[in-house]
Design a protein around this ligand. Structure first.
Ligand code: NAD
Length: 303
């Protein structure tokens, strides 16, 4: 089975280097027309460069079609313009990989409100804005594939990355609602948690690990997650050559009788309430209320 992106138009944000560049190149190799978006700044989001144009030149040199876009994902009007230009040139947009990102790591005690806001703005709002700019087109076409870039920091936490973690779990949350709202229009939305040797991890990974975790190893997961037969609402991890899924889970609800609904009653039941042997991965928020009602029925039915 070969997976083609022929006649598809794909936007990859932050595709001037690192992971985004690998996605853009492979999409182009597989026939997609690619908008290579990148502001071209440094790792902390300062400055600009021609990074996007350089990737476009590489795609064109291998016979592909691409368009450079130097807009910032933090500007909604610029995202709208980017989508309008792609539609004008190629007649539609079918795939969006929200990949642009910055780092401003510090312990929470030392992190300024500005650095918190900036990182959330680029990752969370930037992805929301680029997606919003594509959304009506995806609905009108009854086709759209969206990938959000989450992170192990968002899913599981990491010292010194409170701003980044908040934004990255926000993206998994955004995925969960967009997958529900998009289902009727054949819009699918997934999250990827990559691990890759790029400038973002350059001073974190030991040298050997840096090479082992080359960004090209993440490409199979990213491209499958935006392909025609992609799943939806998945959270996938990828790095080096290892792939896995992750879930947001809950356990069976414990129903407390009225006389036990006190702080002490809750404390007495904490072991059962935090039990991990009976986890489920709800597919929508409504399943949480459903699980609570199920626990109520079990207790009241038994009385
Ligand atoms: P990278 O720094 O090489 O790539 C990020 C790109 O985003 C850069 O080219 C940068 O210029 C661009 N960018 C930054 N701000 C932008 C803006 N406002 N508008 C447009 N483009 C902008 O790093 P990378 O490792 O390739 O990261 C890609 C994505 O993967 C990021 O979202 C990152 O948080 C995520 N991620 C990476 C790792 C990893 O191990 N490398 C782990 C988890 C998540």
């Amino acid at each position: 089975m070969s997976i083609s992106f022929k006649d598809r138009v794909a936007i990859v944000t932050g595709a001037g280097g690192g992971l985004g560049k690998e996605y853009a190149l492979e999409l182009a190799r597989r026939g997609a027309k690619v908008v290579v978006n990148d502001l071209g700044g440094s790792r902390d989001g300062t400055g600009t460069s021609d990074a996007a144009a350089e990737v476009v030149a590489e795609i064109e040199a291998m016979g592909g079609e691409a368009m450079a876009n130097g807009a910032s994902v933090t500007e909604f009007s610029q995202m709208e313009e980017m989508v309008a230009k792609a539609k004008e040139k190629w007649g539609g947009v079918h795939v969006l990989i929200n990949n642009a990102g910055v780092l401003r790591d510090k312990s929470f005690a030392k992190m300024s409100p500005e650095d918190f806001e900036f990182v959330v703005r680029v990752h969370l709002l930037g992805s929301a804005y680029a997606t919003k700019a594509c959304w009506d087109t995806f609905r009108d076409q009854a086709y759209g594939r969206i990938l959000m870039t989450s992170s192990s920091t968002g899913l599981f936490g990491n010292f010194g990355q409170a701003n980044y973690g908040a934004a990255k779990l926000g993206l998994a949350g955004l995925t969960k609602t967009l997958h529900l709202e998009g289902a009727k229009y054949n819009i699918r939305c997934n999250s990827l948690s990559p691990v890759a040797g790029t400038r973002m991890t350059q001073d974190i990974f030991p040298e050997q690990a840096f090479e082992l975790f080359g960004p090209e190893n993440v490409v199979p997961a990213a491209l499958f997650l935006v392909s025609e037969d992609s799943p939806t609402n998945a959270i996938v991890g990828a790095g080096a050559g290892g792939f896995h899924s992750a879930w947001v889970m809950m356990n069976d609800a414990v129903w407390l009788k009225e006389e036990d609904r006190t702080v002490e009653g809750f404390a007495a039941n904490w072991d059962k309430i935090s039990e991990q042997s009976n986890l489920i991965a709800p597919q929508s928020g409504a399943e949480q209320s459903g699980a609570i009602l199920k626990a109520m029925q079990q207790v009241l039915g038994a009385d």
